[in-house]
Design a protein around this ligand. Sequence first.
Ligand SMILES: Nc1nc2c(ncn2[C@@H]2O[C@H](COP(=O)(O)OP(=O)(O)O[C@H]3O[C@H](CO)[C@@H](O)[C@H](O)[C@@H]3O)[C@@H](O)[C@H]2O)c(=O)[nH]1
Length: 244
Amino acid sequence: MSKNLVIIPTYNEKENVEKMIRKVFSLEKPFHLLIVEDNSPDGTADIVKRLMKEFPDKLHILERKGKLGLGTAYIAGFNWALERDYEAVCEMDCDFSHNPDDLLKLFGAIENGADVAVGSRYITGINVVNWPLGRVLMSYFASMYVRIVTGMDVRDTTAGFVCWKREVLETIDLDKIKLIGYGFQIEMKFTAHKFGFTIKEVSIVFTDRQEGTSKMSGGIFNEALWGVLKMKLNSFTRKYERND
Ligand SMILES: Nc1nc2c(ncn2[C@@H]2O[C@H](COP(=O)(O)OP(=O)(O)O[C@H]3O[C@H](CO)[C@@H](O)[C@H](O)[C@@H]3O)[C@@H](O)[C@H]2O)c(=O)[nH]1
């Protein structure tokens, strides 16, 4: 069995999902793939189930009743992985904004000793293609804001292309992660940082999706803005002790 799992959350990704699954399985390293599907009205799940017959054992689906948010989709996926023997788990979008070829770099960073590997848009300038200037600036300054509030030395704090060593997911108590949108990505990294895990940023280029639409909303942005302050305040009373 592959030791490495890729988790892809999907909501209305019928244009991308088959292409993405085939691409991941064509990479030179063997990965398993878990699709966390939120009952997409466009029939994404049916495409995945058809492909599961072609890729038995390595393509899996976790179906939920409806659109419950990206953060809880990943938590469900992480818990699924922890019930099995995977040694590292990577989050990735379905829409090719994350280049699946970069999975090799991210899992490679974990093999080379990082506890968390972040596919980062902001360590060598700003590597974002096809986003409107407003969104680039918002994302860039949001990452800066988070860095200042949290004191965490990570340039791309909202990045959603991230690999986690199993031990990190076992340690950070996934039930305590409360934010669900961009804030989810921040809270996961911040918690790992507070537990003393090493976070390595790996430079990637993020290209805006060609097919389908983003599911993020203004509410999710606000959640990140206020949620980060609340998260920082709560961190003063929480104990971050590892059982080594
Ligand atoms: N299962 C499930 N999947 C979802 C949901 N919402 C979004 N997704 C899936 O999550 C992935 C990302 O969704 P987008 O809506 O395209 O996200 P985005 O706005 O481009 O945000 C990306 O970049 C942010 C940083 O700029 C990241 O913070 C974020 O995690 C994500 O990678 C896609 O595969 C999409 O189908 C949901 O409620 N449920």
